[in-house]
Design a protein around this ligand. Structure first.
Ligand code: ASP
Length: 331
């Protein structure tokens, strides 16, 4: 009898401990688009999964020691900006002039503070600049030369010449896009982009943050700005839901995708997965766009819908289980 009550006590202590354990979660993406098994070499696939894993580790290290969701998403994004596999920071796509113009945004759901930059050209980690806009300026979004000027006032931000972002792979993509354009194709084509990066985290305090960083779309021109730096379109976080999107930015702007997903959760009481699925698989395609999103709610539920053939994605759930996936048929 004494043995049984000792056992019961030990069990109660164990379950109390499990319930006390803070529920943190992290979900990231490295872009949606036409990603076919046949077109991705085994080495590229290995490198992409390894980079996603490194980004997860960086974000999760912050969460595991009780850090904020805001710090976690920034840490994860910095790793992906530094990885040439993705269209953000090093490895960003080229615009029509053969240059890089980078967009990024970050949002803290708990305070609804946000920072964003568009068309920056010499800041090594645009997500850090977006965070600086949020924390050290009275504004939410800075663009072009103004954003560069603001960066001059933040000595902690590393600067690089624009060609530092170059990679051979992206140059080939620009050459292909321009050859096709000469032959009569549209400047940008459906599904012909991928590699934008994003992260959404839930921290031990129950707060959510989201962030997105990109080089935009290959062959873009006229100072084109996509959805990634636009709060409510490519990035959103509130106190119950966070989203980072990837896809044909014009359609994500027109449908306020990131905000719409969280608004459905807030106002309609939709489950996160239902809200994210409806916006990505019904609303966006109905208007002619394509892409995907990652979403996370305050209970640690995650959703990763996309309507393209693939989306680079990875997650750590509140129970500690983790995974990476690229293709549609992976769970
Ligand atoms: N959404 C990004 C943009 O339109 C592109 C992407 O997600 O790959 O700039």
């Amino acid at each position: 009898m004494r043995q049984l009550s000792a056992l019961l006590l030990a069990f109660a202590a164990m379950t109390a401990h499990a319930a006390d354990k803070p529920r943190t979660a992290l979900v990231i993406h490295g872009g949606a688009g036409v990603i076919e098994r046949s077109a991705l070499s085994a080495q590229d696939e290995r490198e992409i999964r390894a980079a996603l894993d490194r980004a997860l580790d960086a974000g999760n290290a912050v969460l595991a020691k009780g850090g904020s969701a805001l710090d976690a998403v920034e840490a994860a994004i910095v790793v992906m900006e530094e990885s040439p596999q993705f269209n953000a920071g090093k490895g960003a796509v080229f615009n029509a002039e053969g240059k890089h113009e980078l967009d990024a945004s970050i949002m803290d759901g708990h305070t609804r503070k946000a920072g964003a930059v568009a068309g920056v050209s010499t800041v090594r980690n645009p997500i850090r600049l977006a965070r600086a806009v949020m924390e050290h300026s009275p504004h939410v979004m800075l663009a072009g030369m103004g954003a560069e000027k603001f960066a001059d006032s933040r000595p902690e931000l590393e600067r690089v010449p624009n060609h530092w972002f170059d990679t051979e792979r992206r140059r080939r993509q620009l050459e292909e896009a321009q050859a096709k354009e000469k032959a009569g194709a549209a400047i940008v084509e459906k599904g012909k982009y991928f590699g934008t990066v994003g992260a959404v985290a839930l921290d031990a305090q129950g707060h959510i943050a989201a962030a997105t960083s990109t080089g935009g779309m290959t062959n873009k021109r006229w100072g084109r700005v996509g959805d990634s730096p636009i709060i409510g379109a490519g990035t959103w976080a509130d106190d119950r839901c966070g989203v980072s999107g990837t896809g044909w930015g014009e359609f994500f702007i027109r449908n306020a995708v990131a905000h719409d997903i969280c608004a459905r959760v807030a106002y309609r009481g939709d489950a996160l997965a239902v809200a994210a699925d409806e916006v990505i698989n019904k609303v966006v395609p109905a208007s002619g766009g394509d892409g995907g999103a990652i979403a996370l709610d305050r209970d640690g539920n995650i959703a990763l819908p996309f309507n393209t053939s693939g989306m680079y994605r990875a997650w750590i759930k509140p129970d500690g289980s983790r995974g990476t996936a690229i293709f549609r048929d992976e769970r």
